[in-house]
Design a protein around this ligand. Structure first.
Ligand SMILES: NC(=O)c1ccc[n+]([C@@H]2O[C@H](COP(=O)([O-])OP(=O)(O)OC[C@H]3O[C@@H](n4cnc5c(N)ncnc54)[C@H](O)[C@@H]3O)[C@@H](O)[C@H]2O)c1
Length: 326
């Protein structure tokens, strides 16, 4: 069996490629290297291709056929919420255009199984202790709406019987499996704090008047190594479903820890790991940030057999090591 990983040179994709290779899978990566880094997948076949470009479906179909691809994990896409509000049309073209190219190529090449990178942002600003997959979706940004649309396209294709999909709704990925694979995207809280500390600036807290225990936003941070493991379990699950002809399995599954950490708790952990005592500064809330976003992990446990094993300390410590090794 051969697994095609789109966006495999990215932060999460790079971790999944490493895990797939470690368990002996044949892997081919497709990436345009727009935000990815080829060094993350050195030693693996890398096809440079912009999946949102004209001609991408045909080019990808050739790769699928030549390599006998049996499974696809589709990470390729853009993920900046703010940028998506500034360039919504381009975001739809990138994120939905890429997915359509992948699905067209898969249909033409007779490849059925696909794991899709969705996001907890599809839930929007909802109240509640934990977010279950059955909640109505209310995405607030163009980025999040492209993820909801991706899920809907996959639902339609699954109903027509052309694909066997699962959408994984990631909560907040953090940490690094190795120094080479770290997250360099400074819009995510932990790298953002490291960048501020490096620059001699105070880390920012975007609002401390939320209805949470300490007033700062609560998120479900999941170690990227755990997240990568969830993808391998998802591939195994789809193989089983496809081969046994099982119908009616869940199409969207949360991947998180089921535990929330506040921004202040993350900053305390950063202080403990880095030894940097620079006091944070509280600034205005960012629009569209829900007070709390924590996964209900029941489906992940029951359907995929997935439970996160690593905690906030491991995330911050590994992220800091990778950040310093850049
Ligand atoms: N990082 C998170 O916490 C998080 C949370 C929820 C969902 N996601 C989703 O997971 C996926 C991976 O995220 P990441 O954090 O690894 O991001 P990333 O930017 O590190 O990786 C994305 C990869 O896709 C590639 N890519 C982008 N557009 C492409 C195109 N048109 N054609 C081919 N390749 C393209 C990039 O070069 C990069 O290697 C994204 O779809 C993102 O929306 C991430």
């Amino acid at each position: 069996m051969t697994v095609l990983v789109t966006g495999g040179a990215g932060y999460i994709g790079g971790h999944v490629v490493a895990e797939l290779v470690a368990r002996g899978e044949d892997v081919v990566v497709v990436d345009d290297l727009s935000t990815g880094n080829a060094e993350r997948v050195a030693g693996t076949t890398l096809v440079e291709l912009d999946l949102a470009s004209d001609g991408a479906p045909d080019a990808l179909e050739r790769v699928l056929r030549q390599r006998g691809v049996t499974d696809v994990i589709h990470f390729a896409g853009r993920k900046q919420v703010g940028e998506s509000a500034e360039r919504p049309v381009w975001y739809w073209a990138q994120n939905v255009g890429s997915l359509l190219a992948v699905l067209t190529a898969m249909e033409n090449a007779g490849c059925r199984r696909i794991v899709f990178s969705s996001s907890a942002s599809v839930y929007g600003e909802v109240d509640g202790d934990v977010l279950a997959e059955s909640l109505p979706l209310a995405p607030v940004s163009p980025y999040a709406r492209t993820k909801r649309a991706g899920e809907e396209i996959l639902d339609d294709a699954a109903a027509a019987g052309t694909v066997t999909p699962v959408s994984l709704r990631y909560f907040n990925a953090a940490g690094a499996g190795s120094d080479l694979l770290g997250d360099t995207f400074v819009q995510n809280l932990i790298p953002m704090v490291f960048e501020r500390l490096d620059a001699g600036s105070r880390p920012r807290i975007f609002g401390d008047d939320y209805p949470t225990d300490d007033g700062t936003c609560v998120r479900d941070y999941v170690h990227v190594v755990d997240l990568a493991r969830a993808h391998l379990l998802a591939v195994d699950h789809l193989r089983l479903v496809d081969e046994a002809g099982i119908v009616g399995t869940p199409r969207a599954i949360n991947v998180g820890t089921g535990r929330g950490s506040s921004v202040k708790e993350v900053l305390d952990e950063v202080r403990a790991v880095t030894g940097d005592e620079t006091a944070p500064v509280v600034v205005d809330r960012r629009p569209g940030d829900p007070a709390r976003s924590v996964a209900d992990v029941t489906l992940a446990r029951n359907v995929l057999g997935f439970t996160a094993e690593l905690g906030l300390h491991e995330m911050v410590e590994s992220a800091w090591r990778a950040w310093r090794a850049r």
